[in-house]
Design a protein around this ligand. Structure first.
Ligand SMILES: Cc1ncc(COP(=O)(O)O)c(C=O)c1O
Length: 406
């Protein structure tokens, strides 16, 4: 990969804050100049509503928006008719819950999740369970941070109608064997939904190869702006589904008492979309593809291996979570002795290191780990080895400062 030291020059925030060590890309990524400029260019030179006007500017806006859809299709190895623009992963999963779950599931049906899910892939299903009487079950997480696949035979009963799981954990960094789980789920006739919030930004994703029915991502975690994400769905599924939101743009014909709906993807894009953000997300995807998703993955992998080896060797008081090996992305959740994660993160901030602290929207997983919170450092294509070194040296100073409380 082009060196992370060179890639940093594409990100204006790093020039504005040369002392900052930003290790919170799992929460949101920084934005390259091309993305910031795409937003500005759109508003300065193209701004009009899409799919409406007969005038040239509106045609230009529509072309830019639909071009972004094609870029996202290329990014995911999908057909452009299968790309629905949403705000983020949370909205994508809620769309599925409202458009499919609440309509199809009934008492006695089972929803299979995992213990490592983000709240975005838990709470919407709780709504479904309350309204339909369907039951939620979860694939356990083993001590090494991987899913207990031995339990799959027992859990995947004929009553399971949907398996919804994260591709990569935002706490453990675990990359789940989605294709294997999807195959088993399909044999039982279950729908497969993949939360790709953490995988899409960091590794090559070919949605057709995953064997899933749906895949959700957030643009802001992959160098795009906030407010634009994607729900990919197999066209046959989308075609069968009723809309989630009703309004302009998603209809075929409307009468006073009834309406018919447009074909997907428009059926699921009611109202004026986040046009500039979608256009800029397309630019972000193109930027990442230019660097190469496999290169980004290798870079993240090498940083996480390096960081974990140094932590093991030099900071025995630090406990890290998640698997060791090629199925581990660039996320390190950790504790330092018995210190509260917020104290650790606040102390690291004094040294210019930005890490997150809390349950990272994964309370059930933290409960399983027996912790209320962890601190979390995460890496991306612009993270350098020097920054990992600065993080570890700062952590040693934090250890020294709190030595009487460890
Ligand atoms: C695994 C996972 N799923 C879902 C989400 C929700 O993403 P968003 O807040 O962009 O909807 C996140 C965000 O951190 C995540 O890490």
């Amino acid at each position: 990969m082009t060196s992370a030291y060179l890639i940093r020059a594409d990100f204006p925030l790093f020039a504005a804050r040369p002392e900052l060590v930003y290790l919170d890309s799992t929460a949101t990524s920084q934005k390259p100049r091309v993305v910031i400029e795409a937003l500005e260019h759109y508003y300065r030179e193209i701004n009009a509503n899409v799919h409406r006007g007969a005038y040239d500017l509106s045609v230009q806006a529509t072309l830019a928006y639909e071009e972004a859809r094609r870029k996202m299709a290329r990014f995911l190895g999908a057909d452009e008719r299968e790309i629905i623009f949403v705000r983020n992963t949370t909205e994508a999963l809620n769309l599925l819950v409202y458009a499919w779950g609440l309509r199809v599931l009934k008492a006695g049906d089972e929803i299979l999740l995992t213990e490592m899910e983000h709240h975005a892939n838990l709470v919407p299903w709780h709504l479904v369970a309350v309204h339909t009487g369907a039951k939620i079950k979860a694939i356990p997480v083993r001590g090494d941070g991987r899913l207990d696949l031995d339990s799959l035979d027992r859990l995947l009963t004929d009553r399971v109608r949907v398996v919804s799981l994260t591709h990569m954990s935002n706490v453990l960094g675990t990359v789940n064997p989605v294709a294997q789980i999807a195959k088993a789920a399909k044999e039982k006739g279950a729908l497969v939904i993949v939360d790709g919030a953490q995988s899409a930004p960091h590794m090559p994703v070919d949605v057709t190869g995953l064997g899933a029915d749906f895949f959700a991502l957030s643009g802001h975690k992959m160098c795009g702006p906030t407010g634009a994400g994607v729900l990919w769905g197999r066209y046959e599924m989308l075609e069968k589904m009723q809309p989630f939101l009703g309004g302009g743009e998603m209809i075929n014909e409307v009468y006073l008492e009834r309406s018919s709906y447009a074909k997907p993807p428009q059926r699921f894009e009611a109202g004026t979309p986040a046009i500039a953000e979608a256009v800029a997300l397309g630019v972000a995807a193109e930027y990442l593809m230019g660097i190469g998703m496999q290169n980004i993955w290798q870079h993240d992998r090498s940083l996480v291996d390096y960081a974990l080896a140094r932590l093991d060797e030099e900071l025995p008081e630090v406990k890290t979570f998640g698997p060791r090996g090629p199925d581990r992305g660039g996320v390190i959740a950790f504790t330092l002795g018995g210190l509260h994660a917020h104290d650790v993160a606040t102390a690291l901030d004094q040294h210019g290191i930005a890490v997150r602290a809390g349950h990272h929207c994964a309370q059930p997983l933290h409960r399983k780990l027996g912790l209320a919170a962890t601190a979390r450092a995460s890496f991306y294509l612009y993270t350098t080895r020097d920054e990992v070194d600065r993080f570890i040296e700062a952590l040693k100073k934090v250890r020294e400062f709190f030595k009487d409380w460890l």
